[in-house]
Design a protein around this ligand. Structure first.
Ligand code: ZN
Length: 400
């Protein structure tokens, strides 16, 4: 086994308020992460050889790496059979490192640092959305999901096998911090239903969320979140995938201005009922007849386009006019509903092949759909909501 060559030490190691000492070596010793207190000796081992991070077990060749964490530096030395060996170069990455210097040409990330997003539902789509928003520089999150990560989720989720068994809310929180270490993250394991709606609203209110992203996996929970946002004037981006993720829709809901998700369900009930069955719980919900329904989740590849569009609409909402790059996009993305088809099947089996035509409806293209607000909508109909120019600063979507 080769000696560790570089250890990257997170700046938190130097903070005095970090109580537990832990260090992992990854990638054949090239990358390590320390969380610890100043003035402490750290014995480093490869993570695969120790269940307990920071344990003092030796590496295969009998060597251990001993590090002295000082107030402003970390020094590491290999020790073989108790004898001090070569010093190992260490790179200290300060906790305050600016990881966003390469995206400043696109938009001012300092704006996003103060923006707060509540993401409800942290499955394959939700976890992707959170990670992308964290990478863009969004600084404050509420992450809500009651589930734990199961082995069956791994092929679709942003978190992998090392997070199986964990609450998705906590695993995705760690995902955020791997990309945006300064982000403030509040987590919740509330199950969204009629009984918890006031608690969910209280969490969103406490965060002072600028945007709600609804990535839950059932129409019932989406309707509930929709109602909650419409009644409280909260902008929302909501999305869903059709069966086996052969396609999906994304909607940006501005209360008082655009159609809401309930309008969509009432206007296009057949499409709104065409939904992916991604888990045993989903299957049980649909098995209301004698005929058993089996889970038929789609591929991650087919969920991601829908999730990515939700990210873009979220950034348009969060950045408003403050980014030249997104100012143009906000003029493009004015449709109240967007539709995407991954494959020609089910209700879209009759589409013409994509070929090279740009005239006909085809797969793998976004289409804006005119969806007016419905007067008899049970969610937003006849509801008085004050609309300000700030909500839709450039151009409102087409109205009936
Ligand atoms: Zn409505």
């Amino acid at each position: 086994m080769s000696a560790p060559r570089h250890v990257v030490v997170h700046g938190a190691a130097l903070a005095e308020d970090v109580g537990r000492l832990a260090l992992r070596l990854l990638d054949d010793g090239d990358l390590g992460v320390i969380d610890g207190t100043a003035g402490t000796d750290v014995v480093v081992v490869r993570e695969s050889e120790s269940d307990d991070r920071g344990d003092s077990a030796a590496t295969a060749d009998g060597a251990v790496l001993v590090c002295q964490v000082e107030a402003d530096a970390v020094r590491c030395r290999r020790v073989v059979d108790g004898e001090p060996g070569e010093e190992v170069p260490v790179t200290v990455v300060p906790a305050s490192i600016d990881v966003f210097d390469r995206v400043r040409g696109i938009f001012e990330t300092d704006v996003l640092r103060d923006r707060a997003v509540a993401v409800l539902g942290l499955g394959s789509g939700g976890s992707f959305i959170v990670r992308e928003l964290a990478k863009a520089g969004v600084g404050r999150f509420l992450l809500l999901d009651h589930d734990r990560l199961e082995p069956g989720n791994v092929s679709r989720h942003e978190c992998g096998l090392n997070d199986v068994g964990r609450l998705k809310a906590l695993a995705v929180r760690d995902l955020v911090h791997r990309h945006n270490p300064a982000a403030e993250v509040v987590t919740s394991t509330l199950h969204i239903d009629g009984k918890t709606r006031h608690e969910v609203l209280a969490l969103i209110g406490k965060l002072q969320a600028d945007l709600v992203v609804c990535a839950t996996d059932s129409r019932e929970s989406r309707l509930l979140v929709n109602r909650l946002c419409v009644e409280n004037g909260l902008p929302m981006v909501i999305g869903g995938v059709f069966q086996r993720a052969y396609g999906g829709i994304v909607q940006r809901v501005i209360p008082g201005l655009t159609a809401c998700y309930q309008c969509y369900v009432q206007a296009l009930p057949a499409q709104a009922g065409d939904t992916e069955i991604s888990s045993e719980a989903d299957a049980a919900r649909f098995s209301y007849t004698d005929r058993a329904v089996l889970p038929q989740p789609g591929l991650s590849t087919d969920v991601i386009p829908i999730a990515l569009h939700m990210v873009k609409l979220s950034l348009v909402e969060l950045l408003g006019q403050e980014s030249p790059a997104f100012r143009g996009l906000s003029q493009d993305l004015v449709a109240p509903l967007y539709q995407w088809v991954n494959r020609r099947e089910a209700a879209h089996a009759g589409l013409a092949p994509m070929g090279v035509s740009v005239d006909e409806l085809s797969v793998l293209r976004w289409y804006g759909v005119l969806l007016p607000r419905l007067d008899d909508c049970a969610g937003c109909g006849k509801r008085e909501v004050t609309v300000t120019d700030e909500l839709f600063p450039v151009e409102p979507p087409p109205q009936p």
